[in-house]
Design a protein around this ligand. Structure first.
Ligand SMILES: [Zn+2]
Ligand SMILES: [Zn+2]
Length: 800
């Protein structure tokens, strides 16, 4: 049908089409423009506060095809959440299809996360005849920086740190051309007009470039890495420290200078070919590595080629990512082995983001600096993803994922605006409003002063970017969390109500949201296992079985409370938990009588036992805690893992997981798994998991010199069986009143893949539908989402 015939056709109609989701700054309008031209549809498209609004005039079959294409073929970085349309009166037929200027308004549209270089941009940077050959800041509407450069809304170049660079004529022509891949790509740049990268020596001396065979500063960085130097690199969301991952001298030096003791370093490999020499990579993992988010993926190590021992001591996995910016691609082009790429900070501080302070802060670690002159508006770390039960699970949600909005399930459509402040460790915060939640990037541990300052800055930044003014503030019930204190202070300043949400209830709610469970879903059995959280009774909890929905949570079961010897010190010194457990279960006399030949006995006997016993007897700085995390510490230290000191949170538990002997786990009879019992708390009250029989079996195995990997396997299996027995018992006790169908697994302990898989498999056998985390971390990184959901749910029921 020609255009003339089409215009005379009787069924010409006009539609107004509303598209919501992540549709701005991702090449959505040019895609629609091209499709409209292909289908000979007339009208226009514009961005507004709610997404994009299209007026389309054509025949019904053209319009059907048009809407279908919008739904099924969005651009790479877009996410279409909803397409709605309604007929418009057809007054006149527009002469063509055009892109109109944006209109302001309520900001409901998402800001997309930073995205790894796309294949088209990669082709250009490696093509010697292309205008952007070896240009380290190449990007287009399908890739490049977003959150890390955005200072304010709307997402226009003037509101980003690219405002410092004015486009050259060539870039401007691409920017204005609707058919170009760079139409309205705000960070567009090239050699002529964009940011530049250069190399400096940490000691300030000039670089003798003649010692290199090199193309440019980025290429020279590769030579320096190959020669064993440590480099500081200004990455996308902050500084990074790099060295050759196969040179033990360099890796050990980096570890020492960065004051990072045991925590594994992440790696970056040029491509999958290099990565495969060191790691086993499944198809799903391959897709994750190559996705626009380009996270660090935790991979099983490959027999054969190995990286330096200091990269990941005691681990069977390596955290590896592929290059995500042109700068990293160019730097690694000649590198046929992985590099260590870790955040440019000291210990638990945030990464540096600007050149001068990075030079001052990292000058004693790095010998060279690869710098550039584009400012970082928002510090963002790398994300971490691990596979469990063959599904990807986000462990740290940051670059590439944040701040993608999380669509809330049914019932949250009218939710008030909530700001949830998060936890103390692995902190994030969350902005919730009307059916959507923005979970911030990973902030870090708030006990560090710089991180705490960064947290307050980030909250203000997000509030501006998303035009979010809270109606209420949600905090953790723990009054001493810095995030809680900040929440109360903010609430006082703005005269807002505060809701204090129980830690484990928030964990379960986060997992419910993660699985799209609706607001009015009947209560589930929530199993929240972590280190510590403040309980409803003012005690420290950490291994909880809750009958929960979004609004309320009732504690139905727990772990036996054991003194936390020395409070916070018990987290850093795992043996303290072993001692507390053994004293609670056996007492010293019985332990000494039966196990005097164990090296564990000698170790504990050398400790200041009188002081410790005194602390326990008089409850001095040794609060009882029903913590599953501390039980892991106690068991790890008993068999000699990380006994004296843990250098990072959860180290003992992580090393215990990595030790597990797979054959014992899969083939050994269940009867050899360590037994637990489930009595009632203080003879009445709620049931708890009692570890006495487990300790007797474990100590017996130590006497028999059973290999530690077998002990680790028997402990994991026994614990999983105890957790499932508790779940079954609770479900049974509720029968009659209600049927509990769902078991919901959350809390940092469930990042233990061995435990999570055992528990899930056995719960399913008991008839539970098991829900666990995928898009939001099971650890405290997901807590703020749960807090926001609970606060919103409670506020909604008040409004009814
Ligand atoms: Zn691109
Ligand atoms: Zn240019």
């Amino acid at each position: 049908m020609t255009t003339a015939e089409q215009l005379r056709a009787p069924d010409i109609a006009a539609l107004q089409i509303r598209v919501q989701g992540l549709v701005q700054g991702v090449g959505f309008r040019p895609m629609v423009w091209r499709e409209a031209h292909r289908l000979q549809i007339r009208g226009h498209i514009r961005n507004d506060g709610a997404g994009v609004l299209i007026v389309a005039v054509g025949t019904s079959s053209q319009l059907d095809a048009f809407i279908d294409h919008i739904k099924t073929h969005p651009p790479m970085l877009a996410r279409v959440d909803e397409v709605q349309w309604e007929p418009l009166p057809l007054e006149r037929i527009p002469p063509n299809f055009t892109i109109l200027d944006s209109t302001a308004g309520d900001v409901e549209t998402g800001i997309v996360p930073d995205a790894a270089s796309c294949p088209d941009c990669l082709r250009e940077i490696f093509d010697p005849f292309a205008r952007r050959y070896r240009y380290p800041f190449t990007n287009c509407t399908h890739c490049g920086p977003r959150l890390t450069i955005q200072q304010e809304i709307p997402y226009d170049r003037s509101g980003t740190t690219m405002a410092d660079f004015s486009m050259c004529a060539d870039c401007e022509a691409e920017y204005r051309d609707p058919v170009d891949r760079r139409f309205h790509a705000q960070p567009i740049a090239c050699h002529a007009c964009g940011p530049k990268a250069w190399l400096e020596r940490a000691d300030g001396k000039p670089i003798a470039f003649d010692v290199f065979s090199m193309l440019d500063a980025v290429d020279a960085a590769c030579t320096l890495l190959q020669r064993g130097h440590i480099l500081a690199i200004k990455g996308l969301g902050g500084f990074q420290l790099a060295c050759d991952a196969t040179q033990e001298g360099a890796v050990a030096r980096l570890r020492r200078l960065k004051a990072r003791e045991g925590k594994p370093f992440a790696l970056m490999a040029r491509d999958l070919t290099v990565a495969r020499r060191y790691c086993q990579i499944t198809e799903t993992e391959e897709a994750l590595l190559q996705s626009p988010a380009a996270p660090i993926v935790l991979l099983q190590t490959q027999a054969g080629a190995t990286v330096a021992p200091s990269v990941a001591p005691g681990m069977r996995t390596l955290g590896l990512m592929l290059p995500n910016t042109p700068l990293h691609h160019l730097m690694l082009r000649r590198m046929d082995r992985p590099i260590v790429l870790t955040s440019g900070n000291r210990a638990d501080e945030p990464q540096w983001t600007d050149n001068e302070s990075a030079k001052a802060g990292l000058g004693h670690i790095a010998e060279y600096f690869l710098l550039h002159d584009r400012a970082i508006a928002q510090r963002v770390d790398d994300s971490i993803v691990a596979m469990s039960n063959n599904l990807p699970r986000i462990v740290r949600r940051s670059r590439g994922y944040a701040p993608t909005p999380i669509l809330l399930p049914d019932g949250f459509g009218q939710a008030p605006a909530v700001l949830a402040m998060g936890s103390e460790l692995k902190n994030t915060f969350c902005l919730l409003r009307r059916g959507r939640a923005i979970l911030s990037h990973h902030i870090g541990d708030l006990d560090d002063a710089l991180t705490h300052a960064d947290y307050r800055r980030a909250i203000a930044h997000y509030a501006g970017l998303f035009a979010h003014a809270p109606d209420l503030i949600a905090v953790d019930r723990h009054p001493e969390y810095r995030s809680s204190k900040a929440g109360y202070a903010l609430a006082a300043k703005q005269s807002l109500p505060v809701r204090a949400i129980q830690h484990h209830h928030a964990h379960i709610a986060a997992c419910l949201i993660d699985n799209g469970i609706s607001l009015d879903h009947p209560p589930v059995l929530g199993i929240a296992l972590d280190g510590l959280g403040y309980g409803d009774d003012g005690q420290l909890w950490g291994g909880e079985f809750l009958l929960a929905d979004y609004r309320t949570a009732t504690r139905m079961g727990t772990f036996k409370p054991v003194p936390l010897l020395g409070g916070e010190q018990a987290m850093r010194e795992p043996w303290r938990n072993t001692y507390a457990h053994l004293m609670a279960e056996l007492g010293w006399a019985r332990f000494a009588m039966n196990y005097v030949e164990l090296d564990l006995y000698a170790f504990l006997d050398a400790k200041p036992r009188r002081t410790l016993d005194n602390m326990i007897t008089h409850s001095l700085n040794s609060p009882p805690a029903s913590s599953c995390g501390r039980l892991f510490d106690a068991v790890a230290a008993a068999i000699g893992l990380c006994r004296d000191r843990a250098s990072y949170e959860g180290q003992a538990a992580i090393e215990l997981e990595h030790l597990v002997d797979r054959e014992t786990l899969e083939q050994e009879d269940d009867s050899l798994a360590y037994p637990f019992t489930i009595p009632l708390h203080k003879g009445a009250g709620i049931p708890y998991i009692e570890p006495l029989a487990m300790w007797q079996a474990l100590l017996g195995d130590l006497q028999l010199q059973t290999p530690p990997p077998v002990i680790a396997a028997r402990f994991h299996k026994g614990l999983a069986m105890a957790i499932c027995a508790m779940a079954g018992k609770i479900a049974k006790s509720c029968e009659g009143e209600r049927t509990i169908r769902h078991a919901v697994l959350s809390g940092g302990v469930f990042q233990n893949r061995v435990l999570a898989e055992l528990v899930a498999r056995r719960l399913e056998r008991l008839g539970f539908a098991v829900l666990s985390h995928h898009h939001v971390p099971a650890n405290d990184g997901g807590l703020s989402l749960g807090q926001a959901a609970v606060a919103a749910a409670q506020a909604l029921s008040h409004m009814e």
